[in-house]
Structure formats: C-alpha cells, structure tokens
Design a protein around this ligand. Sequence first.
Ligand code: SF4
Ligand code: SF4
Length: 198
Amino acid sequence: MLRTLKTKPDLSVPVVPASSATQSEKTAESPSSLCSACGFCCDGTLFDQVEISRTDAPRTLAARGAKLKREKRILPQPCSAHKNGACAVYDILPNRCKLFTCNLLAKFSKNEISFSEALATIRHAVEKIAETKRLLAESGDERAHRPLRHRIGSALASLPPVPEDPAALHSRLSLAVSQLDDALTPFSTEADKPCIKG
Ligand code: SF4
Ligand code: SF4
C-alpha cells in the first residue's frame, strides 16, 4: 500500500519553515505563529522524512539531538527536533526545511487568505488529526513515533472491513481518514499533492 516515502519536497522559494521561528519572530499574525499552531510538515502528518543533503550539517544536527538514519542522509518524521511546536535546530536547518512552504502558508504570505482563515484551516485539520489518532488508539496503535499515514495504512490493513456496518472500526477510521485528507488538502504544494493514505 505504501510503496513510496513521502519526503519533504525540494522547493525553490525560501520561506520561514515549519515551526522554526524564534520566539521574537512569532508576532501575533505572522507566518511563524501559524506554523507554531500547525507543525504538520514536521510531526509526521504530511511527510515521512526529510532528505539531508551534502550541504547540510548532519554531524551538527545529530549532535544537537536530531536522530538521523541511513548514514545521516535521512531525518525521519515525526522529527526529533520538533519540540513544543518549535524547531530545536532552527539555526542549522536542513535545506529541505529551509526551502519548504505549504500552500496554506504561501497563500497567507501573498494575502490571498486572512490570518483567521488560515488559523481556522489549521484548527480544523488539528481536530481531524486528533479524531484519526483516537481511532488508531482504539485499534491498538499508539505508535506516536511513526508517520501518520504509516499508522493509518497498518490499521486499515489489519482491521476487518465491514462495509455494511458504519459502526465498525474500519468504517469509522476510513471515514475519518477521508475527512482528514480533505482537511489537509489546503496544505498541498505543487510538488507534493496530499494523500494521507499513501
Ligand atoms: S504545514 Fe505549512 S503552516 Fe503547517 S507548519 Fe508546515 S509550513 Fe507551517
Ligand atoms: S529540522 Fe525537523 S523540526 Fe526543524 S523544520 Fe525540519 S522537519 Fe521541522
């Protein structure tokens, strides 16, 4: 079901990345304050991993607590540097993180949507994520260290489908995942169409 890894894409427009601003930059209606309320591109909701390039500082990242894998070329998500809604390695961000912005943040930055609209979109998605995780826990999956779509894929594969029974856990989880996909659509970029189911 999950043949490819979802990698934080390589985008060309640098912006303040996810949850990465210093406290002083988190002014009331800034992109950074939206990211602080979100974190989906760091916490395993949108992506499975971040690729670390040769021009990044993998040794320093590792020394600062970022848990890298595969000869320090991969930073798995949920990212070990994502702590309390912020990036603990903001000063030495991997290039992929430095260059990434989601579509929601890009629209806000271009004044195409208001701060309150963007925040409402984030809060709606937070609710859908919470509902999905609640159903995953009901299925026995409490693996908070795994990317969300992996957990969903495993749970849907292990639960018996009962299409005629909307109360069955498989049915409820499928519905929640469908609603979650919709809730995450505004975050999609041209380089990375969302699909939480993989
Ligand atoms: S998904 Fe978008 S709004 Fe959310 S933390 Fe990442 S860049 Fe910020
Ligand atoms: S290093 Fe981790 S927490 Fe920091 S911006 Fe990248 S994915 Fe997010």
